[in-house]
Design a protein around this ligand. Structure first.
Ligand code: PXL
Length: 277
């Protein structure tokens, strides 16, 4: 099998283990060539730090994509995450047109919100724009807040029931012709995981629920999912691998009790990921 190439389009949060500083090591460890289009450079992520710097790279997105096109560089997949502005969403769609071939798949993690709230710096109409990007995707990986914001339906705190999750999944399945992996699904306090709609049926992948949350675990999850898909796993298998790996990172970090905003120790768990792949 020739080496897969995935373009990762996210910001670089210089400190805080999320976006490109998570996607790049996980995909690389999984054997995937990972060219990047950085959308912005921040001193830290925006969740829990104040006074962070923000260097906007909007003007570089299209020149990078056009240069790749001129060089004949195409990719097997594009994996987008945190985008710094509404304008960048449209530019990502344009950039993908430059670098895709007939077989390129587009995986969109509509990173913008959690726990019923938009991340700092996003205007209330940001989900409407992000929805447009998701409509063009082959696979989307929203959490429940992001899904409900894009669908314009009420957000609820968990535990959830199957009816609520099924309604969200069918809303998303109507919104995009792509497949859906919905994260942050839990029906009781014991287990948490993801619902996966592969275009035909919905399945669930769960792990033990650890009563905490760490920044950047959405990026760990989606980067792992992309890695598993590129290594030939089905969406259902990839979802279980992403749930298991994210859980193992949280568990390891929890027992060492670091700060939530510092993210998880995914590095120490990478050998475990490679075994699952
Ligand atoms: O992990 C998502 C993420 C990525 N990049 C930046 C963020 C966040 C979440 O807050 O602030 C800059």
């Amino acid at each position: 099998m020739s080496q897969k190439r995935v373009a990762a389009i996210h910001d670089i949060s210089c400190f805080g283990k999320c976006s490109l500083t998570v996607a790049l090591p996980i995909l690389s460890a999984a054997g995937i060539e990972t060219p990047v289009i950085p959308t912005a450079v921040l001193s830290t992520h925006t969740g829990g730090f104040s006074g962070y710097t923000f260097r906007d790279l909007t003007d570089d997105i299209m020149p990078v994509a056009k240069h790749w096109k001129k060089e004949g560089i195409t990719v097997d997949a594009v994996y987008s995450g945190y985008l710094g502005s509404k304008e960048q969403i449209g530019l990502v769609m344009d950039a993908v047109r430059e670098i895709k071939n007939d077989d390129t798949i587009m995986i969109v993690d509509p990173v913008m919100a959690d726990n019923g709230k938009l991340y700092g710096g996003f205007a209330p109409d940001f989900p409407t724009e992000m929805r447009k990007l998701c409509e063009t995707a082959d696979i989307i990986t929203p959490n429940i807040t992001e899904a409900t914001f894009m669908l314009g339906v009420p957000y609820r705190d968990g535990p959830y029931d199957e009816e609520y999750i099924n309604d969200i999944i069918s809303g998303l399945a109507k919104m995009t012709s792509g497949k859906v992996v919905l994260t942050g699904v839990f029906f009781d306090d014991e287990r948490i995981g993801a619902a996966c709609f592969d275009g035909k049926e919905t399945s669930y992948a769960f792990s033990e629920r650890i009563p905490t949350s760490y920044h950047g675990t959405g990026d760990v999850f989606s980067s792992t999912l992309v890695s598993a898909i590129m290594n030939g796993k089905s969406l259902k298998q990839a979802t279980q691998i992403a749930v298991d790996f994210t859980y193992s990172c949280i568990k390891r970090t929890f027992y060492n009790h670091p700060e939530m905003k510092y993210g998880v120790n995914f590095e120490a768990e990478l050998p475990y990921l490679l075994k699952m792949l």
